[in-house]
Design a binder for this molecule. Structure first.
Ligand code: F0G
Length: 457
């Protein structure tokens, strides 16, 4: 067995640009030192997101050619619906154009103003959609996640003691939803164990609170359960994923990740009344319930992608590839959140750049240096994104950690591209004190990191 061997070869390729250091300096200054403002044709290796950035297969494109674009009851709807039903076990399925549309529709149906949504960790759009529904998004990650260096296998878990304390305590009456994010994208791509999901599900049943999954990376979570949790080695990743869905009342899924397609999302739900309310909202805001804002060809790609993503050889090679990149990066002198997950690695920028205090945004400094040195795009998960600023854009409360996420698109980059990333980090790690900090020149009030402008300081 050679775990790194992917079960596919490359058939269609897309050129990537190589800029000179001078061109990158100019491009980055024009972008206001914000990677979200760069143009794709200024980037050599793009690790900004694993969302919608994967490669499709010849089987997906063949299916897409058969896409039926009828307004209602399109032929393409049925294989998609059946695949989601079979995978999740939920009788009711609604397509949406991406994950956050599912969040908006479900949260505005389930949550009332003043209620609380509890989670292992809300993703940023998820957090925003809970608040748009008038509710409070509260994260209860396991305290084991706070040790970035430990090799605890399930740092994505929810803190069960805190969950029970909240449900039983004075705020218990106000909890309208418990949402488990698998894998935990906000906290190091760490998986959630089946034991943790089972216990959280039982607590929710006991306290009569709806229990849902944000399952954007359901296949990758299933793979890590199989590898790390006793009792699951003999089940297929798909069987493990189905068992996870069975523990919940419903799911929202961004299919831009483990759907292996550029666009798409889905809502799955057991309760017919919740389904009916969501369906009415979907028709008013996304599209008719047999396409939900997607084209027929998108639904076809997704139905095939949902099968391909649970392929053992695919998951094994993807996990091995990320683990190898983590090893190369660590050997080059840069620490990552341990143990390596699958869809992304999180660099410990705070530790690499101790000469930069949080107010000079060490995470952003490292992400910026990766672009300036090597044309590699990624973004920080630190004080620029999560810290609290005053009206003069000065940091008043830093984030708990200064991290940089290297998100790894599915089936896109070869081992040579990833080795290049590790080598570029190695170059930076030779003289970390040469990496400059940054200062904010302009920042929007909400979702700051997307549109903020900065300068070296
Ligand atoms: N939930 C999780 C856990 C996510 O990671 C994302 C998106 C969403 C929901 C929203 O889905 O983008 O389809 O609307 N994550 C991307 C990322 C953007 O880069 O991590 P969406």
């Amino acid at each position: 067995a050679f775990p790194l061997l992917p079960p596919y070869r490359i058939k269609v390729v897309e050129p990537i640009p190589f800029l000179t250091a001078g061109q990158r300096r100019e491009a980055y200054a024009a972008a206001g030192y914000n990677p979200f403002n760069l143009r794709a044709d200024q980037i050599t290796v793009d690790l900004l997101s694993d969302s919608g950035t994967g490669a499709t297969s010849s089987a997906q494109e063949a299916a897409a050619a058969r896409g039926d674009e009828s307004y209602a009851g399109a032929r393409s709807w049925f294989p998609f619906r059946d695949e989601v039903r079979d995978l999740t076990g939920y009788p009711h399925v609604l397509p949406v154009h991406q994950g956050r549309a599912a969040e908006r529709i479900v949260f505005s149906t389930i949550l009332r103003p003043g209620q609380i949504c509890l989670s292992n960790t809300h993703f940023d759009t998820t957090h925003a959609n809970v608040e748009l529904a008038g509710a409070e998004a509260r994260d209860l990650p396991t305290p084991r996640a706070l040790d970035l260096d430990s090799d605890d296998p399930f740092k994505g878990d929810v803190d069960l003691d805190a969950l029970e304390r909240t449900l039983a305590g004075p705020d218990g009456e106000r909890v309208g939803l418990v949402l488990m994010t698998i894998t935990n994208n906000g906290l190091g791509a760490q998986p959630v164990s089946m034991a943790n999901l089972t216990a959280a599900s039982e607590l929710c049943r006991r306290y009569r609170v709806p229990f849902w999954l944000d399952a954007a990376r359901f296949a990758e979570n299933a793979w890590l359960v199989r590898e790390r949790e006793p009792g699951y080695a003999d089940l297929s990743p798909r069987e493990i994923a189905t068992r996870a869905f069975q523990l919940a009342d419903g799911c929202v899924i961004s299919l831009k990740k483990d759907g292996l397609a550029p666009v798409g999302g889905v809502i799955g739900v057991r309760d017919p009344d919740i389904f009916a309310t969501c369906e009415a909202n979907l028709i008013a805001t996304e599209g008719f319930s047999t396409y939900g804002g997607l084209a027929g060809h998108d639904l076809e790609r997704l139905a095939v992608g949902l099968r391909e993503v649970v392929d053992e050889d695919y998951l094994r090679s993807r996990a091995a590839s990320t683990a190898r990149l983590a090893r190369l990066i660590n050997e080059a002198g840069v620490d990552t959140v341990q143990p390596a997950g699958i869809h992304a690695l999180y660099l410990n920028a705070g530790r690499l750049l101790p000469h930069l205090d949080p107010g000079r945004f060490p995470g952003h400094a490292l992400a910026s240096q990766l672009y300036l040195t090597g044309g590699i795009r990624c973004a920080e998960l630190g004080s620029l994104y999560l810290g609290e600023l005053n009206d003069d854009h000065q940091l008043v409360r830093p984030a708990p950690f200064e991290l940089v996420r290297l998100a790894i698109p599915r089936r896109v980059y070869t081992e040579a591209h990833l080795e290049y990333v590790a080598r570029t980090l190695g170059e930076i790690a030779k003289q970390p004190d040469q990496v400059p900090g940054y200062r904010i020149t302009a920042a929007p009030r909400v979702l700051r990191h997307f549109k903020v402008r900065l300068e070296p300081a």
